[in-house]
Write a protein that binds this ligand. Structure first.
Ligand code: IMP
Ligand code: MG
Length: 173
């Protein structure tokens, strides 16, 4: 198995992260958002993003994994839930990649039952072609083709998360 050359370079990613952080800083002026990162995939994007946001904020995390099936149900398992209260807060859910949309849709619906003041979604990557469940992505980094990518938090078999860039993952066999 091989990891190809950078599909998105470190510089391209960092420029996009700054752009998203700038938009969030402007949109949330005078407010104090609660930024919720989805682990493990979003850990690197999340930490780069928050360090460029210029409004006061609180952070929290959810560790979840999805077992997407052929149908639209898919199962999402929460391994470790967030600790902050959501009620009346301006929540921004931060994800590495939206693929089928099952994970984000599940977490979003679950959060909405706890009546946040607002709930927005920020995702670095969007594989629109693969979407099964329609989920609103308010802050989107890059729309990418239907390829499996690794690096910058994204894994294959829990590896390659540490790469500072994003590469298309290919099997050599
Ligand atoms: P969804 O529920 O199908 O949208 O799944 C999203 C999750 O699947 C992401 O949070 C990733 O953890 C994982 N995922 C989807 N596509 C890729 C990829 O190309 N590389 C690495 N992980 C991916
Ligand atoms: Mg993920």
């Amino acid at each position: 198995m091989v990891v190809g050359k950078p599909f998105l370079t470190e510089e391209e990613i960092q420029a996009k992260v700054r752009e998203l952080a700038g938009r969030i800083s402007r949109d949330y002026e005078g407010r104090e958002p609660l930024m919720v990162g989805l682990l493990k995939g979003a850990f690197m994007f999340f930490s780069d993003l928050v360090r460029h946001i210029r409004v006061p904020l609180t952070i929290d995390f959810i560790t979840a994994s999805s077992y997407a099936k052929a149908d639209t149900t898919g199962e999402v398992k929460i391994h470790c839930d967030m600790r902050e209260e959501i009620e009346d807060r301006d929540v921004i859910l931060v994800e590495d990649i939206v693929d089928t949309g099952i994970t984000l849709n599940y977490l979003r619906e679950r959060m909405l039952t706890r009546t946040p003041r607002s709930l927005k979604i920020c995702a670095l990557l969007d594989k629109k072609e693969r979407r099964i469940v329609d989920v609103p992505v308010d802050y989107r980094g890059f729309e990418i083709p239907n390829e499996y990518v690794v690096g910058y938090g994204l894994d294959y078999d829990n590896k390659y998360r540490n790469l500072p860039y994003i590469a298309i993952f290919k099997r050599s066999d």
